[in-house]
Each structure stands twice: as C-alpha cells, then as structure tokens.
Design a binder for this molecule. Structure first.
Ligand code: BES
Ligand code: MN
Ligand code: ZN
Length: 505
C-alpha cells in the first residue's frame, strides 16, 4: 500500500549518515559546530583537528562576536577552500544545550544551509551524550526545513540533502538506529502538517478519510462510516453538527493490531473539523481561514497511528476520528436545539461554535466500545486555551493519574510540553441545562476547563486524558524549530507515549 505522502527520504532525498571516518566528516559543504553560550574558551577543543591557521582565524572571529553561542544564533565562516568544507557553521545552543536548544540549533543550521545553497552538512560532536545530541539535532533540522509548497507553482528545491555525524565504529549502528527512528517519527509530523495545511476546499471529510485509507496495511485496518451509518449507529450529535455543510461527515476508524492480545491499550480520538466557520453562531471573519486547521487533532491521531505501524510497536491502538465541517446553512443545527447523543446524554446547544465537543461526545462514546485501557483525545477545542496556557503549552485534563504523569514527563522530553488544568468540581454546574442533560457552551470563563468537563461526561468511568492543542497546532510566525503554519503538534508526544507503554508492558 502506498503511503499518504512520500517518505522524507524520497521527498527531500535527505541522507543521514553516521561515519567512523573522521576524514569523511570534512568532505562536506558545511561543517557544523555546536557552541554553548559563555564557553568560547572551549572552542579550541572542538577546533583541534583544523589546520592551525584556520583555527586561529576562527578564534579571532569568535572573539569579536558577543552573542556567540546564543540559542538560535548561527555564524558562518567562509574557509575559502582552505578546508574541504567550504563553510564552517557555528550554531548556538544557549547555556543549557537542552533538547529544545538542540532542536532549535538543528532547525537554524538546516535553514542556513539551504540559504547558502549547501548540499551536505557534517556535524562535529563532542564525546558526551553523542547519540542524544545527534538524534535531537536531526530532529531539529527536519522539523525546521519543512515547508508546505504544493500549492505554489514556482518553488525552489531545497539544497540540503545530506547530514553526517562522526562516531566510533562500535557506537555507529546504535546511533544510526535511533536516527532512523526519529526520522520515522518526523515523517509523521510532516504528514500531520501536510494534512493540516491543506485548505478545506481540498481537505474535505471525505478526503481526510481517503488519506486514512492510504495508510492501511496488513496490521492497520481502516474503516469509514458515512452519514447514514453515523446516524443509524446513534451518533446523532456528530451528525447534527455536520448538517449545515454540503460536505458530508465521516467517522474514520483506524485499528492497529501490534499484538495477538485482544485488548486495546489506547483509543486515540482526534477532532477532525475540516473547517469551523462557527456555524449559525458565526465566527468573526478575521483569521477565519486558520480554521482549516481545526482537524489538527485528527491529523495527530492519523500520523501517530501511521508511525506506530511503521515502528511495529507491540500494542493494539485504535484511532477514532469524527471528520466533518461546521457551516451556516438552512439545514444547520441551531442554538436552542437539543441533540440526543450516542451515550444517551442529551445536549442543549447554546453556541454552535462549540461544535468540537459535540462531535467528540459521540466519538468518545464510540471509543468506549473498544474497552480500551486508556482513552486520549486530542483537539483544537477552545480559543480560551491560548489565554489559559499560551502558545507553548498543551492544556491537559483527565482522570488517569498515572498516565497523566507519564505523558507529562515525555511531553517535556519531546519538546511538546503539556500543562495540567483541573477538572474543577465547582464548575460542573456551569454546564447545567434547563431542558436537557447539559449545555454545550458555558461561556468564556474557564472555557478550556468547562470544555474538558463537558467531554468528561462522555467517557464515563474509563481512564481518560484530554489534550487541548488549540494554541499549539498552528503558529502564525516562525518559532524556534517550528516553521510558520501547521506544527504537527501531538505526533511526537503520542508516538513516544505509546512507545513507552510498549516498553513498560
Ligand atoms: N475550533 C475552535 C477553537 C479554536 C479557536 C481553535 C482558535 C484554534 C484557534 C472551537 O470550535 C471554538 O470555536 N470554540 C469556541 C468555544 C466557545 C463558543 C465556548 C471558542 O473558543 O470561542
Ligand atoms: Mn468552533
Ligand atoms: Zn472548532
């Protein structure tokens, strides 16, 4: 079965090598040095293999630069061919040189290489923590050089196609393996970004479903329910949200079987609003186009499942994606309507723009039929999320204490940090309805929490984690290692989390 997109290898012909030959390292267009802030004096150590003249020139050059080693800062030094490498690139990793600084440095180096039209980079690594540094740096390069150009008729191909690292012959296979794994993971990030960036005139619910079908293989079954099946199976809430659109809804079901064990370990549920106009409670027109990204949760689920299938993880995972559009029309669902949901909980609609939770209500109830050990939903659910936690954090809620702790720890490691908000008991009454079991929108105050409290009603007693990615799925400017646009947030987090579950079981 073909993949939904070419692999990174095909697409960018990015060749990543780990070589035990130090000479080979110098055969490149750009030799990269990672520089720590305030450690200029240690520079001579990493330059020790350079010809003495060049070494002195670089040291003089560095001495004049006050922001040497600053996170995200890149200095180029032209060797004028006094070395095989035409350029030396000195990339700052700040004081901490932590994961995010290395990702940032990778992205900066990758973009800089493309600007200078360099085809190959070789990265000079210190001895300590080589594997982690190499892997994280590669992650940064791949993450940073991404662009979404398929709608542009003129697009300059990227020059960078090779990245090399030096390592001892014993270490090389292990480092190569870890690099391969991160490349697979970032392929998923690319897939998610592509899906999210594709405008809603192309990315209809049907098209999203077709993309899921392309991912199917022997261990990954993909089923699609159309509008009639959605309705006949009792998912009236989901069906109703989609009524105003000519593009009919789909429920995408992806079942990955990685072990003979019949038990489903995780059900991933992703909000798949291919466009959210707000419906009858229409949104203001400013930046409304960004609402093509309201399926970023769905994209994260699809890409995660694609990743774990490629990594052949020994877990059974199901992905449930309600794919639909929220539009105003004579046939739209309206404020005041009462909808019966699959969980037999009735919902009074107070705002048709709080549509995600209504669609997710049925998807979560559907996920329960798999009897999973854990349900994780991921959704661009509330604008209030950016007010509550800002643009760097994913808001997390849920009842699965142990799993939340693990997810939180991993989130910091992979650079997609989560911050927990409480499912605050006292706010439950804000969702009370006069005529139904609950209302869908409790207004602005604690909007991210009340959305979480709404979803909670539909998971029953199942262990569950809710991730609100409304403030992290899209960036309107280049940010560290994230190019402007869709971020693909959630893919690294969920892939790593499920991988950790595998290791623990
Ligand atoms: N898809 C939006 C949330 C969103 C807003 C995501 C901005 C990304 C950026 C969601 O469907 C929505 O409209 N939520 C409403 C809820 C309100 C009516 C209670 C919101 O946040 O305004
Ligand atoms: Mn909305
Ligand atoms: Zn929405």
């Amino acid at each position: 079965m073909p993949l939904a997109r070419k692999t990174i290898k095909e697409e960018m012909a990015m060749n990543i090598k780990v070589t035990p030959q130090i000479d080979e390292l110098y055969e490149c267009d750009g030799l990269v040095f990672l520089c720590q802030e305030g450690e200029k004096n240690n520079l001579s150590r990493s330059l020790c293999n350079l010809p003495p003249q060049l070494k002195t020139a670089v040291e003089d050059f560095a001495a004049k630069r006050s922001d040497w080693g600053k996170k995200g800062k890149c200095y180029e030094f032209h060797t004028h061919k006094s070395l095989l490498a035409e350029y030396l690139l000195f990339v700052g990793v700040g004081k901490a040189a932590d994961g995010n600084a290395l990702r940032h440095a990778g992205a900066v180096a990758g973009r800089h290489a493309n600007t200078l039209n360099l085809q190959s980079l070789a990265v000079f690594l210190a001895d300590e923590g080589k594997e982690k540094v190499a892997v994280t740096f590669v992650e940064g390069i791949l993450s940073g050089v991404y662009s979404f150009a398929r709608y542009q008729s003129e697009h300059k191909a990227k020059s960078l196609n090779t990245v090399k690292f030096f390592s001892t012959a014993e270490e090389a296979p292990k480092i190569s393996k870890s690099i391969l794994e991160i490349v697979t993971t970032i392929e998923g990030v690319y897939l998610a970004r592509d899906l999210v960036s594709t405008p809603s005139n192309d990315m209809t619910p049907q098209h999203l479903a077709e993309q899921a079908l392309l991912l199917a293989d022997a261990n990954l079954k993909v089923r699609i329910l159309g509008p009639q099946e959605i309705l006949s199976q009792g998912m009236n809430a989901l069906y109703s949200v989609a009524k105003g659109s000519l593009n009919e809804p789909r429920l995408i079901i992806m079942e990955y079987q990685g072990t003979e064990d019949q038990k489903t370990s995780v059900a991933l549920v992703g909000k798949g609003l291919t466009f959210d106009s707000g419906g009858i409670s229409l949104k203001p027109s400013e930046n409304m186009g960004e609402m093509k990204s309201d399926m970023a949760g769905a994209a994260a689920v699809m890409a995660t499942i694609a990743n774990i299938a490629k990594l052949k993880l020994k877990q059974n995972v199901v992905g449930i994606i309600p794919a639909l559009e929220n539009m105003p029309d004579g046939n739209s669902y309206k404020p005041g309507d009462v909808l019966q949901s699959l969980a037999k909980i009735s919902i009074e609609i107070t705002n048709t723009d709080a549509e995600g939770r209504v669609a997710l209500a049925d998807a979560l109830a559907y996920a329960r039929s798999y009897n999973p050990r854990l349900i994780i939903d991921i959704a661009t659910l509330t604008g209030a999320c950016s007010i509550a936690v800002g643009r760097e954090l994913i808001a997390m809620m849920g009842n699965a204490e142990g799993h939340k702790k693990k997810l939180e720890k991993i989130s910091h490691e992979v650079g997609e940090p989560v911050w927990e908000l409480p499912l605050w008991e006292g706010y439950r009454e804000l969702l009370k309805s006069d005529i139904a079991d609950l209302i869908n929108s409790a207004g602005r105050e604690a909007g991210t929490i009340t959305a979480g409290l709404f979803l909670e009603r539909f998971v029953g007693d199942f262990p569950w984690i809710h991730l609100d990615i409304a403030s992290t799925a899209w960036t309107s400017k280049n940010k560290d290692f994230l190019p402007k646009g869709a971020t693909g947030v959630g893919v690294k987090l969920l892939t790593s989390f499920i991988k950790k579950m595998e290791e623990a079981s």
